[in-house]
Design a protein. Structure first.
Length: 247
């Protein structure tokens, strides 16, 4: 189900994740800035499940290559001048020990099997190279987030969930099994401002909601439109994991 859903999602909405995460901020920037801050200042970077390649511009001074399976996302990446190739994340098209860093922005929660993706990551990294990845998380949150999330989730009739929710709870173990040593595991709350109905529609369009009944989608849209009238903020909690390839 998920593979077919993701193919259709990214075919129909190329760049939507970049648009939302680019607007979800902390005082120090967005989640792409946070991910990029943990990447070595020089060297070869392989961006796995790169989407529209928003990280390319956040990584000056590196040799960048993006990999994704979605043709429309790759077209958007090429339009901005990024070097990208179409390939599966479980069969990365680069040689063993050939990149200094692997980045993975907001996709480890859906790429399967996760163990195979991590094994490929270790294969392509030079010894001592880095994996830097971000994924959605459930915290941290602020007290004011509770009514916003409660209203949205009630309208959707379910929590947001992903194929790798359970494996990500065991991520340090999976990293170690793949030959990757965890270094840091941190969480930050980003804030997506709702100011207009267009902001609300964009946020809803960015959510993975397979098999959501149309009535639920309309209800969530109404909730977000109402929140936009009050200039509310939707929290976007993100987890950043940094690991290194065993020497």
């Amino acid at each position: 189900m998920w593979t077919q859903y993701l193919t259709g999602f990214h075919t129909d909405r190329p760049g939507v994740t970049e648009l939302v995460l680019g607007r979800a901020l902390t005082p120090t920037g967005n989640a792409y800035d946070w991910l990029a801050a943990a990447v070595p200042a020089r060297g070869r970077v392989l961006d796995v499940a790169c989407g529209s390649a928003p990280l390319e511009s956040a990584l000056p001074g590196r040799t960048y290559l993006g990999v994704d399976i979605a043709a429309t996302e790759l077209a958007a990446a090429r339009a901005r001048g990024a070097t990208v190739v179409r390939a599966s994340v479980t069969a990365l098209p680069v040689a063993d020990a050939s990149v200094d860093a692997v980045t993975c922005s907001m996709s480890l929660q859906v790429v399967t099997p996760l163990s195979a993706v991590l094994a490929q990551t270790r294969r392509v990294l030079v010894p001592g190279g880095f994996l830097v990845a971000t994924v959605p998380d459930r915290g941290p949150l602020q007290a004011r987030d509770a009514p916003v999330l409660a209203a949205l989730l009630a309208a959707l009739g379910r929590r947001l969930s992903y194929p790798n929710d359970e494996p990500l709870r065991r991520l340090p173990h999976l990293l170690a099994a793949a030959g990757l040593q965890p270094i840091t595991d941190q969480r930050r709350r980003y804030a997506y401002p709702l100011r207009t109905s267009a902001d609300a529609d964009l946020f809803l369009d960015s959510l993975y909601l397979p098999e959501l009944p149309p009535a639920r989608y309309r209800a969530a849209r109404t909730v977000l439109h109402n929140l936009a009238r009050t200039r509310a903020v939707v929290p976007v909690p993100i987890r950043r994991v940094v690991a290194t390839a065993a020497l």
